[in-house]
Design a protein around this ligand. Structure first.
Ligand SMILES: Nc1ncnc2c1ncn2[C@@H]1O[C@H](COP(=O)(O)OP(=O)(O)OP(=O)(O)O)[C@@H](O)[C@H]1O
Length: 372
């Protein structure tokens, strides 16, 4: 017991230290404010349940630094809601303020109707928070950590069930230092869930994980959602947001620049569509000539150019571009080896709303550079 007590103290010290480090972070910079047609008001959709989280006009500064300028969104029960943006966009500050861990300068946050700024204690057990950089003592085992954290709550989850849910049962007696990156992340999710929260906040969950561990973690997040927990997922990975989120906000420079479902945001783009056709070497030159000619005379085809890979031609145009390309090739008896459409992604959405290519690591310095 004395050993566990010592480990408990060390584990808590690590968490406290982490929070102090978090507070010590400082930087300077301006915020970027962009509004576009893709920024939708966070109105209620007909037929939806009452929101479980409501954030309205949140603003948070650190001295001169405006970390969160004006952020509003609502989260519906049972969804995976994403807060997506590059480093320094204000994501972590938003969720920490939402969780009542920081004081907002202005704006309101309600979790299940409770104002988290006025009464942070009242929401503490409703929220499970897995924040970035959480660290435990090297020697604490998976099982000890879970039981320790469970002891903080009046009505904790069953540690054995959590171990099972997060595929950690066979690692129960393994010390924290000996866990892989993916196992540490799974443990941090388990610790966020140990208080039986209604909402779990998962911050930069898959940073540093290899592709296989990332995919496994994504599956687990869905599994957790399927148990009825609403998930707030903070991420700077576009693919993660696209894969996991039912809805999301894109935050840049402390402001919401886009909001919606991943598919809805992509469909809202008014950009050109691209079709890439690949030909055998003998046909490639003739196909390029046919498609270049098509681009000059057909209103739905805007450009045809070398796609960079041998024999591949990228044809861009309106949504109907494929209807123009296929008959033109058929008319010239050119049979492509491959035809694929290039899908738009959230990266294209970010470019459309900010005018910048998405660089998840951009941070304040580069964003500043882009502004000047
Ligand atoms: N305690 C603090 N003191 C001063 N500035 C801070 C503090 N915490 C965050 N910041 C700054 O506020 C801005 C927003 O930081 P925040 O951590 O919320 O962004 P983020 O989108 O979560 O980025 P990251 O993924 O890199 O953590 C950044 O410029 C950051 O440097």
């Amino acid at each position: 017991m004395a050993v566990v007590g010592g480990l408990a103290a060390a584990a808590l010290a690590a968490v406290v230290l982490d929070r102090l480090l978090l507070d010590a972070r400082a930087s300077c910079g301006l915020t970027l404010s962009i509004t576009t047609h893709l920024t939708t008001p966070h109105g209620r959709r007909p037929g939806m349940a009452e929101p479980i989280v409501e954030v309205s006009n949140l603003r948070k500064t650190y001295g001169e630094k405006v970390a969160v300028d004006d952020v509003s969104f609502t989260v519906e029960p049972g969804e995976i809601f994403g807060i997506l943006g590059p480093n320094g966009a204000g994501k972590t500050t938003t969720v920490e303020t939402l969780a009542g861990l920081r004081h907002a300068d202005s704006g309101t946050v309600r979790v299940l109707g409770i104002d988290t700024q006025r009464d942070p204690e009242a929401v503490r057990d409703l929220l499970g928070v897995q924040l970035q950089e959480a660290a435990l003592h090297d020697k604490i085992t998976v099982g000890e950590a879970l039981r320790l954290f469970a002891s903080f709550y009046a009505d904790p989850a069953d540690p054995a069930e959590l171990l099972d849910l997060l595929d950690l049962t066979r690692h129960e007696d393994v010390q924290f230092a000996r866990l892989s990156g993916g196992q540490k992340q799974r443990l941090s999710i388990a610790l966020a869930l140990v208080g039986n929260p209604r909402i779990a906040i998962l911050d930069e969950l898959t940073t540093g994980l290899d592709p296989q561990a990332r995919r496994a973690t994504w599956d687990l997040v869905e599994r957790v959602r399927d148990t009825g927990v609403t998930i707030l997922l903070v991420t700077h990975f576009m693919d993660e947001a696209e894969r996991l989120c039912d809805r999301l906000v894109v935050i840049d420079g402390g402001r919401v620049v886009a909001e919606g479902t991943p598919a809805g945001l992509v469909d809202g783009l008014e950009d050109d569509r691209t079709v890439v056709v690949r030909f055998a070497p003998d046909d490639a030159a003739r196909a390029a000539a046919v498609l270049t000619d098509l681009a000059e005379r057909h209103p739905d085809v805007h450009d045809a150019s070398d796609a960079g890979t041998l024999g591949e031609i990228a044809v861009t145009g309106s949504r109907r571009v494929l209807f123009a390309v296929v008959p033109a090739l058929a008319g010239a008896d050119l049979v492509p080896d491959d035809v694929r459409t290039v899908s738009k992604s959230l990266e294209d959405v970010f470019l459309a709303v900010t005018g910048r290519r998405y660089d998840p690591q951009a941070g304040d310095a580069l964003v500043e550079g882009a502004r000047s």
